[in-house]
Design a protein. Structure first.
Length: 266
């Protein structure tokens, strides 16, 4: 099925400003005191306005795990299933109807992106690496072709595939914790790479190349780990959210984005 181009789709949105320019791959550093500095980075945000228009912004924020996880689920060119067929993630716009396993077509409210930059010395930390899932790694057509995920991606995974006992229901597990060196491979990108995440009306799993991957949700009780100012900054990245509870509940039990040795339900 032929998908309308981004240019054509944007021209149809009368109140929509132009898409932002590509993200600069360079993070900046802002002094946070005499002994340390807080690394900052650029985040690009596209969100649905109440009047149906699209709000575009570029914001500077800390390169902290909670912030980065909101922008690092999918690699550029990942095909997301919509009611108009598969669409490359960079061509999705707030207001599009994305197919979910739990609720069927669901409105896309928010698209976030940032750039991951590998270290020049080759010592790239896990949180800046990508994960490649090879064709049929999880069964016939799962996925249909190579799919690349960012460090913030969680895949709906049968509990039997996980090392720890999680009952019988499928669990949202970080894709990078499913690396086996054969069908799921960790990749250090040779150059800067743009990654994306999507926020829907409800937390759900979306079809990415034949795999069910979660939409973005910061996690239950995330606000309890943040000070008032940091929470205010974080929520400012989500114009459709006014208070933490408006993210809603989680659609499935899930595991945190930490090392396998410290896995807990989240």
């Amino acid at each position: 099925m032929t998908t309308p181009s981004t240019a054509a789709r944007l021209s149809a949105a009368a109140h929509s400003p132009a898409l932002p320019r590509p993200v600069s791959p360079h993070a900046t550093s802002t002094p946070a005191g005499p002994r340390r500095s807080l690394v900052m980075r650029k985040y690009h945000i596209s969100s649905l306005r109440p009047d149906g228009g699209i709000h575009q912004s570029e914001q500077i924020g800390p390169a902290l795990p909670l912030f980065e996880a909101a922008f690092s689920g999918f690699a550029r060119s990942t095909l997301i299933q919509t009611t108009n067929g598969p669409v490359a993630i960079e061509d999705l716009l707030p207001g599009d109807q994305v197919v979910t396993a739990e609720y069927g077509p669901t409105r896309l409210l928010w698209v976030g992106s940032m750039t991951l930059v590998p270290k020049a010395n080759g010592d790239t930390p896990p949180e800046s690496r990508m994960t490649r899932v090879m064709p049929e790694a999880f069964g016939m057509g799962k996925p249909m072709s190579n799919v690349m995920f960012g460090p913030g991606a969680r895949l709906l995974t049968p509990a039997a595939r996980l090392r720890q006992h999680m009952g019988n229901e499928p669990v949202l597990a970080p894709v990078r914790h499913l690396v086996d060196g054969n069908s799921v491979i960790e990749i250090t990108p040779p150059r800067p790479v743009t990654v994306y995440h999507l926020c829907l009306e409800k937390h759900a799993t979306i079809n990415a190349g034949g795999l069910w991957v979660e939409s973005y949700h910061p996690g239950s009780g995330f606000e309890r780990k943040m000070g008032e100012k940091m929470l205010g900054l974080f929520l400012s990245f989500f114009p459709h959210i006014r208070a933490p509870h408006e993210f809603g509940g989680l659609s499935h039990l899930r595991l945190p984005l930490v090392s396998p040795e410290g896995l807990e339900a989240a």
